[in-house]
Design a protein around this ligand. Structure first.
Ligand code: FE2
Length: 352
């Protein structure tokens, strides 16, 4: 196969959208729950109240009239535009237990929750823990500062907004397929550079503190898709670790161009979360970012999102790079987050 820059093609599927266009198509990606749908979710929450959240399955959380809506959204997320926003769950009147049950119950209709860190958290709390900005083991979701565009390590990431914070904190998403197309148009030589593997570390999430690296390119063609994988924080942190290949000048230039294209208002879609919003994204075709935010001094009013990482049996076909790097054998050949055989999954109801 001719891999010269001139031979690179662009992609025209539903994944290749631009934000300024998507902003005008809200009716396609925004679902507002009706009162009847909310009542059905509350019935399922109540019916599961004696069950551990971790044990709730699709069968024990029936949603007969919502099922078709969830299936359509799941198809759109995995095989269409790559994202959906589900709006209007009454989180103000729900306890954290009810909220977590509702989220988990909706989540298992879309995929299988997987571990998000070395503690086995299958339900994550995205909130400011006042941790150091540049510490090797601090994750971006524990801070208030701007998070550059990146992917997570799962088929789907879901964020459920409980409290949006005082100001800022916009969620920005961008089509990684569009970024690739733009790279091919502007600098096909750099597009080619990013089809070669980058080294990432798991430094913050190895329970036994052993070092582990994987090699995955940022852009990987697979069938009719361009699959992207950009665990940006862990790729850049790896550069400080002895033995990791330093970036070449071409890689530095290529990554800067990706960051630059992603963070341009022509390309990204800006979402401001309201309490009760759930955003689901497909990491393989979407990069996400968060603007910095101001938090309340009152701990009870801090910005607080719940996160799910979902493995999806019916997700897009994955490149061998991703399978080799992340298939633990416990998520039917999909990425399995930070699975570790000695760490059982858990569902914490507060940030730790
Ligand atoms: Fe993320």
């Amino acid at each position: 196969m001719d891999m010269s820059p001139q031979a690179l093609k662009t992609y025209t599927g539903q994944q290749a959208w631009i934000g300024s266009d998507m902003a005008d198509r809200e009716d396609e990606w925004l679902h507002r729950w009706t009162a009847d749908e909310i009542a059905e979710i509350e019935v399922a929450v109540e019916a599961s109240s004696n069950q551990n959240i971790l044990d709730i399955t699709l069968d024990s959380f029936p949603l007969p009239s919502i099922e078709a809506t969830l299936t359509k959204n799941k198809t759109d997320i995995l095989h269409g535009r790559g994202f959906s926003l589900l709006r209007g769950l009454p989180v103000e009147k729900w306890s954290i237990d009810q909220t977590a049950r509702a989220y988990w119950g909706l989540g298992v209709h879309i995929g299988m929750p997987i571990s998000q860190n070395s503690k086995g958290h299958a339900l994550g709390h995205v909130t400011n823990l006042n941790l150091g900005l540049s510490k090797l083991k601090t994750r971006g979701y524990q801070r208030t500062d701007h998070l550059p565009f990146h992917t997570d390590t799962a088929d789907i990431v879901g964020l459920f907004c409980l409290k949006p914070g005082l100001s800022g904190g916009d969620s920005l998403i961008v089509s990684s397929t569009t970024i690739y197309n733009e790279l091919v148009r502007r600098r096909p030589d750099l597009a080619k550079v990013l089809m070669e593997p980058l080294q990432r570390t798991f430094v913050s999430e190895n329970p036994d503190d052993s070092e582990r690296f994987v090699d995955v390119p940022l852009f990987m063609p697979k069938g009719k898709r361009m699959i992207a994988h950009y665990v940006r924080g862990h790729i850049f942190k790896a550069q400080a670790i002895p033995g990791v290949r330093p970036f070449t000048n071409a890689q530095k230039e290529a990554l800067a161009l990706v960051d630059n294209i992603a963070d341009h208002p022509d390309f990204f879609l800006d979402m401001q979360f309201r309490p009760g919003d759930i955003q689901f994204l497909c990491n393989h075709t979407i990069l996400h970012s968060r603007r910095s935010f101001k938090d309340s001094d009152d701990l009870a009013k801090r910005r607080h999102l719940l996160r799910l990482w979902l493995a999806c049996k019916d997700g897009p076909r994955l490149p061998k790079w991703i399978i080799d790097a992340y298939d633990s054998g416990h998520a039917f050949g999909r990425q399995d987050g930070y699975y570790h055989p000695a760490i059982p999954l858990c569902v914490p109801l507060q940030a730790t």
